[in-house]
Ligand binder design. Structure first.
Ligand code: AMP
Ligand code: TRP
Length: 388
């Protein structure tokens, strides 16, 4: 009996670990909070071009909502993560431009520099400094199982970091991307991190880094704070041309996405040309059976002032015998009302004071973030033995 159990032991351990992870993951996710005194909200976005509707509904809208609902005493930190951007090749002039554009976009969607500190990740040395320290306890095995580096390199999900195919293209920076992301969050002692679905795995890794660090250097005491994930209420926004894949910056077809800077005319054209289906010329909500129609309904619902669900909007359309074309006209009307004003504010922010306004906003945000990160780095360095 005994040898049998000992052979099963690794498997049992593995099952237990998975169960523990699933339990801690569920416990660490919420869909909404009311930020109050002591809450620290942190999130990041890469400067890789003008945000599209997916970025807006999956991330930025939630950032703004948290800011607007935050009670006094809440810290709000939003970073444009330029160090993450260089995990894939970038051209220096483009990166410089995209950083500014993202800053202008964040202000245009409604982040207020009086309430939120907005800064470039590379302005705050604590992020990369903590990353190094965390990388000394981060497990290669865990990182190897994560999916982002594989999808960025177009590799299969089951490939390992040491496979020939991976070794040929995988850079250390891309592989350790999640460690830098963990450092972003932990260096600010963030209690809550609003992100889209696709970031779940990275947040779970950040929690693991915090617990690991506390265990190794603090005898379990809370030196670093394991963050909770706030999942965005918006589902994945899908491509307007291939509604089975998500709306993405990297899609080669510009008609697949709506940018926050698109004109009313562009928005209308893209929505009217959106792929639906020929199942019926009536409107119904069925995410798997009718992804194109359902995506349009979800877009509409995301902006609906009355807060109606996609199902309710579909039922209303069906009742009025609305066609798919009627649905598109509706959705276009809603988007044309919401999006172009963002684009106008975006252009005004880019030009304000000959560009100096953006520099000032960033410098103020970075100063707050530098001070905040320095407090954590003092605790961390003392715990590790790097300082007295
Ligand atoms: P990315 O530009 O892909 O790095 O994404 C930036 C943020 O936008 C992340 O929080 C994503 O979860 C979110 N996001 C990107 N694309 C979509 C999409 N199609 N639907 C919903 N959220 C998205
Ligand atoms: N990886 C995130 C994305 O691709 C961006 C990011 C970097 C981030 N650091 C972060 C998000 C810290 C939340 C918290 O969208």
């Amino acid at each position: 009996m005994a040898p049998r159990i000992s052979r099963l032991r690794p498997l049992l351990d593995q099952i237990q670990r998975t169960q523990r992870r699933a339990a801690s993951q569920a416990a660490s996710e919420v869909s909404a909070i009311r930020p109050e005194n002591g809450t620290v909200i942190f999130s990041g976005i890469q400067p890789t071009g003008i945000p599209h509707l997916g970025n807006y509904l999956g991330a930025l809208q939630n950032w703004k909502r948290l800011q607007n609902e935050a009670e006094p005493g809440t810290k709000l930190l939003y970073s444009i993560v330029d160090l993450h951007a260089i995990t894939l090749p970038q051209q220096a002039p483009m990166l410089r431009q995209w950083k500014r554009e993202m800053l202008a976009a964040l202000l245009a969607v409604g982040l207020d520099p009086e309430r939120s500190s907005i800064f470039y990740q590379s302005s705050v040395p604590g992020h990369s400094e903590l990353m190094w320290i965390l990388s000394c306890t981060a497990s290669m095995g865990y990182l190897s199982r994560m999916t982002q580096w594989k999808s960025k390199l177009h590799l299969a999900d089951d490939v390992s970091a040491l496979d020939e195919k991976a070794k040929a293209s995988l850079k250390l920076g891309l592989f350790s991307y999640p460690v830098l992301q963990a450092a972003d969050i932990l260096v600010h002692r963030a209690t809550h991190v609003p992100v889209g679905e696709d970031q779940r795995q990275h947040l779970e890794f950040a929690r693991e880094c915090a617990t690991n660090f506390n265990h190794t250097f603090g005898a379990g005491s809370r030196l670093l704070v394991p963050p909770e994930t706030i999942l965005s209420p918006a589902k994945r926004i899908m491509s307007l041309q291939t509604p089975t894949s998500k709306m993405s910056k990297s899609d080669t077809d510009p008609r697949s996405r709506i940018l926050l800077t698109d004109s009313a005319d562009e928005i209308r054209k893209k929505i009217m040309a959106a792929k639906t289906d020929s199942a019926a010329n009536a409107v119904s909500y069925d995410r798997t059976g009718r992804p194109g129609v359902s995506n349009l309904l979800e877009l509409w619902a995301s902006f609906d002032a009355a807060g109606r669900s996609p199902e309710a909007l579909a039922a209303g359309m069906a009742e009025g015998k609305g066609s798919l074309k009627d649905l598109k006209v509706q959705v276009a009307d809603v988007l044309v009302e919401e999006i172009p004003p963002i684009g106008e504010r975006y252009r005004a922010f880019l030009e304000r004071d000959g560009g100096r306004y953006l520099d000032e906003v960033e410098a103020r945000g970075a100063a707050v973030a530098i001070a905040n990160a320095a407090e954590t780095m003092e605790i961390v360095k003392r715990a590790v033995g790097l300082s007295n």
